[in-house]
Structures are given as C-alpha cells and as structure tokens.
Design a protein around this ligand. Structure first.
Ligand code: NAD
Length: 322
C-alpha cells in the first residue's frame, strides 16, 4: 500500500492509530511534543502486535514503519492523511490544526480523532484549505476495534470524504459516514447516555461500580457484540419483532426511567467511581487489564469473522441448490 500517514499526538489513541496502520503495511510519520511518547509507542505496539497478528497482518507490516520526527512540519509533509490525536481541548486543537493546514499539501486529508468537537469549530483557523478537514473518530483500542466515525463539516468537500473513506477502508476500518455534523456523533452519544445513567446510579447509592459493569458484561454487552441495540430489541419482541416491542413497551418508556440531565460530578461521586474501579480491578494494573481486554476482544472478533464466513458459505450453498 502506498499511503503514508502522519499521526500527530502520540498518546493512547495516536499510538493505537500508528500500531493499526503499521500492521496494515502503511508508513507512519509520528510527532508529539512529549519526548516520552516514543517509549509509549514501543510499549503499545509490543503489547498490541500479538493480537493484531492473530487477526491478520498485511504484507509488509512492521513496527519499523513508524518513524518519529522532531518537527511537526516534517511529519505531515507528503502524507495523504494527517490523523490528529492531541488532548481534547478545543483551543489547542484549533491551533494545532491550523499549523497542520499550513504545513501539509492541499490534497491531504486532515482528520481529528476528537470524541465530540464539531468540524466547524475545529477548522475555525484553517484558512488554507478548510474543505479537507474531517473528524475521524476511532474507538479504543484503535488497533483492534474497526469502527471510525467519519464526519463532515459544513465546508468539507465530498472528495475529501471519499478520500478519507478510501484510506480508512483500505486499512481495514469500518467507516460510519456522517455527511452532517451532530453533537457526539453516533456511538459516543449512545455510550454517554448509558454512562450518564450509570453515574446517577452511583451518585444515588443505587448501584456499585462493579454491579454496573456486571450488568453489561454478563447481559446486553454479549448481545451487542453481534447485533446493535435495534436488532437486539427486534428479537426481544418475539415473533412480532420490533412492532410488538414498541407497541408493548412504548407506553412504559414514557415513565421517567431516563434522567437526561447530566449528574453533578461532585468530589464524592468522582471518588466513588474511582474507588469502585480500583476495587473491581482487584490488584490488576491498567497494563494487566489491557492484556486481558485485548485477549477477549481478539477472541470475539475472530468468532464473529468465523460466523460471517459460515453464513456466507451457507448462503452460497443455498443459492447453488436452487
Ligand atoms: N481515549 C479514548 O478512549 C479516546 C477514544 C476516541 C477518541 N479519543 C480522542 O483522541 C484524542 C487523544 O486522546 P488520548 O486518549 O490519546 O489522550 P492522551 O492524553 O493519551 O494523549 C494526548 C497526546 O497529545 C500530546 N500533546 C499534548 N499537546 C499537544 C500538542 N499541542 N500537539 C500535539 N500533541 C500534543 C500529549 O503529549 C499526548 O501524548 C482526543 O481528542 C480524544 O477525545 C480518545
């Protein structure tokens, strides 16, 4: 693959992107103001590579494809995509994107990994070619989870969106394309709605952190790896499907189960959630948990791949028997 990609901001997400692209045989030019980021990348890729290998590396894949630069201008020149993954602070990102806008070629796509800012706000100071700015929102760990939410701003050109979609898809990502910007995009809006409810329950002493996690990992979370919340409820309606589900449960959904206001993040709530996570981790460090998570995710992704192969083989056989 001839693409060359710049990863700007090499924390959790930047290192994840660089691992993903290098596993796909793509050259990565990295830059971060913190010199420690090179060590973080080494630790990330060392830990990520076995899982990536299990799921299939591309020809030419190598961690050596990631090269760190001293100057941001050197990292972004001659790239087809710049993936910005700096801290989630609007002014910092605006300034950084403006620097990138001035330094890269005009046909280069500039994508922000932001978890929620709108392209129109991010590209405010990009005066050279704001039409090539998009949001390319990934999911952690970026080297395993395929989803990227690709979001256009009011000035983004269709050809930029097409190029971005092509680069991400060719690297094995699943692209969810949003032609119009919306707050929180799609997946984060869903995640945040659930997290808001969870924080309320902790704040009110209604559930512990551990109970909240178990309620998902032993329940709906298992279904969500296979079907989203909509198709899951379609099946929950029995033979009547979603129509029965809505007619049956619709009236009760009007009851005030959902607290749409954000809970106040008091010191007490913050500490209760932090302490709850630490109790649940039961001595396991973040690094231990990352290894556990990646092992599980790799097994789930492999199982889903095999299920898809079985289904397509069955479809081919069924077609053949007509
Ligand atoms: N962590 C997640 O689960 C997640 C998921 C999806 C998207 N994101 C988004 O990705 C972005 C990065 O998040 P993260 O979790 O990797 O944060 P992080 O704190 O792990 O990493 C941020 C990196 O940016 C670097 N940095 C600081 N100032 C910079 C500057 N001026 N220019 C370039 N780099 C700079 C830091 O040195 C650090 O290495 C954020 O926009 C975040 O919303 C995070």
């Amino acid at each position: 693959m001839s693409e060359s990609i710049a990863c700007i901001g090499m924390g959790v997400i930047g290192c994840g992107w660089a691992s993903h692209f290098s596993g796909q045989g793509i050259e990565v030019h990295a830059w971060d103001p913190d010199s420690k980021s090179e060590d973080l990348f080494k630790r990330t890729i060392e830990q990520a590579w076995p899982s990536m290998e299990k799921l299939g590396l591309a020809k030419g894949a190598s961690p050596d494809l990631v090269v760190f630069h001293k100057k941001i201008e050197e990292a972004v020149e001659n790239c087809s995509l710049v993936q910005e993954s700096s801290p989630e602070r609007l002014e910092l990102k605006q300034e950084l994107l403006s620097t990138i806008d001035k330094a890269c070629t005009t046909d280069c796509v500039i994508a922000s990994s932001t978890s929620g800012y709108l392209v129109s706000d991010l590209a405010l100071h990009c005066s050279v070619a704001p039409e090539r700015v998009v949001v390319g929102h990934p999911f952690n760990p970026v080297y395993l989870l395929p989803l990227v939410e690709l979001v256009a701003g009011p000035q983004t050109s269709v050809s930029t969106m097409d190029r971005a979609e092509g680069i991400y898809s060719n690297s094995g990502k699943t692209v969810l394309r949003l032609e119009k910007e919306i707050d929180g995009f799609i997946a984060d809006r869903l995640q945040e709605a659930m997290w808001r409810e969870a924080l309320h329950m902790v704040a009110n002493g209604e559930a512990t952190v551990e109970q909240l996690d178990l309620s998902i990992t032993a329940g709906p979370g298992l279904r969500w790896a296979l079907m989203g919340p909509m198709l899951t409820f379609h099946l929950a309606g029995g033979e009547g499907g979603m129509a029965h589900m809505l007619d049956h449960f619709g009236p009760s959904l009007q009851s005030p189960w959902t607290r749409l206001e954000a809970p106040e993040l008091t010191e007490h709530l913050r500490n209760a959630v932090v302490d709850g996570c630490s109790e649940e981790a039961a001595g396991r460090s973040v690094a231990d948990l990352v290894i556990e998570r990646d092992k599980g995710l790799t097994a789930i992704i492999q199982t889903i791949k095999n299920l898809n192969i079985e289904t397509s083989e069955k479809d081919t056989n069924d077609e053949g028997s007509d």
